[in-house]
Design a protein around this ligand. Structure first.
Ligand code: S3P
Length: 190
């Protein structure tokens, strides 16, 4: 029996974690290595609303964005297997997290606050960080959101190393998870 579980990924892989953790960067590379399509949930939300995330927040407010985010992700999770990068708030939503846990494999891409700050500081596409103290905002989000992210199936650290190294680590953990799932089916009482 082949032990290369990565040649057939049974479920959509969902990347979760804070803004700037590298979900899109790692997700694109992971999808390529697995031969799966890559989808960025934020891009899909922008397409559905026909405006940018900044504009959605400005024109309709955060709760309308969250509503759209939940609906778009629910639709994507019902579609064919792919690698899905989600926005930092998605997995914090109880309904979204439950659906991901039920139908997909979740991977938390974790990075330390200095890295999050330096990566998010390069662009001003994130409405939650458009304020005078993004460090404080990220610290608050770490406190609020880590209990949700901790429920992901796999945790991968993303640091200063090349993204390919992070992708290799992710693939190893994914393979282990799929092998462990097979084992628990084999061990289950008949
Ligand atoms: C958000 C993260 C963003 C985007 C929106 C809100 C959040 O996505 O969905 O600005 O609540 O953390 P990224 O995590 O891809 O930056």
């Amino acid at each position: 029996m082949s032990t290369n579980k990565l040649s057939h990924i049974p479920k959509t892989i969902v990347l979760v974690g804070l803004m700037g953790a590298g979900k899109t960067c790692i997700g694109k590379r992971l999808a390529q290595r697995l031969g799966l399509p890559f989808v960025d949930a934020d891009d899909e939300i922008e397409k559905a609303a026909d405006c940018s995330i900044n504009e959605i927040f400005e024109l309709y407010g955060e709760s309308a964005f969250r509503d759209g985010e939940r609906r778009v992700i629910a639709r994507l999770l019902n579609g064919p297997v792919h690698v899905l990068a989600t926005g930092g708030g998605a997995f914090v939503n109880d309904a979204t997290r439950a659906q991901v846990k039920d139908t997909a494999i979740s991977i938390w891409i974790r990075a330390d606050i200095e890295l999050l700050l330096s990566r998010t500081g390069r662009r001003n596409t994130r409405p939650l960080l458009k304020n005078t103290d993004p460090r404080k905002t990220l610290e608050t989000l770490i406190e609020e959101r880590y209990p949700a992210y901790e429920q992901a199936d796999i945790v991968v650290e993303s640091g200063q190393e090349s993204p390919d190294i992070t992708v290799d680590q992710t693939l190893t953990k994914l393979q282990d998870l799929l092998l462990a799932a097979d084992q628990s089916i084999a061990d289950a009482p008949r």
